[in-house]
Design a binder for this molecule. Structure first.
Ligand SMILES: [Zn+2]
Length: 175
């Protein structure tokens, strides 16, 4: 026990180190998160050109992902089992919105196979129908979108302009 007098200075030195360590830890720069900047502007016309040229530039899951990326989806919308043909048609609708509203416009899908209040035999429950928001557009914009979509999808999908309280653009496969 003759070295007992060393305990106090050692503890003091340890305390100084501890404080120093804490100060250093606090000084460490906070990791800075910088989101990657994506400057990709989707050119729907170019996409469709590719689609026609290559028949399919990527698999159906790729087309599905692209549809999700090029649209916003209302909360609760279920699109995971969507018929692949409808993914392509959905992108063509995006293209229609772009031609009327400009490339910056992001259409909103308001329903897939989700809402419990569609008609009993609705194509929505077979993953063969999509609803797009149209409600807040100007009357002439709505008309242009509906006309253009109808013309574009003629023979491939039915386009219905649902009016009234829950106004939207309904698109469904024939079969
Ligand atoms: Zn619908």
């Amino acid at each position: 026990m003759k070295h007992l007098y060393l305990v106090a200075p050692i503890l003091a030195i340890l305390a100084i180190f501890a404080v120093y360590f804490l100060i250093q830890t606090n000084k460490r720069p906070v990791p800075h998160y910088e989101p990657k900047h994506e400057e990709v502007i989707f050119d729907a016309e170019e996409y469709l050109r590719q689609l026609k040229k290559d028949h399919r530039p990527f698999g159906k899951s790729g087309v599905h992902r692209l549809l999700l990326k090029r649209t916003r989806q209302k909360a609760g919308v279920y699109l995971e089992s969507l018929e692949p043909a409808l993914d392509t048609i959905g992108l063509e609708i995006v293209n229609v919105y772009h031609s009327v509203m400009g490339f910056e416009y992001v259409p909103v899908i308001t329903s897939g196979n989700d809402w419990p209040y569609h008609a009993k035999k609705s194509k929505h429950y077979e993953n063969k129908a999509l609803d797009f928001r149209i409600k807040f557009l100007l009357p002439e914009e709505k008309k242009s979108i509906v006309d253009l979509a109808t013309k574009k999808l003629e023979g491939r999908a039915r386009v219905i302009w649902e009016k009234g309280e829950a106004e939207h653009l309904h698109v469904e496969l024939f079969e």
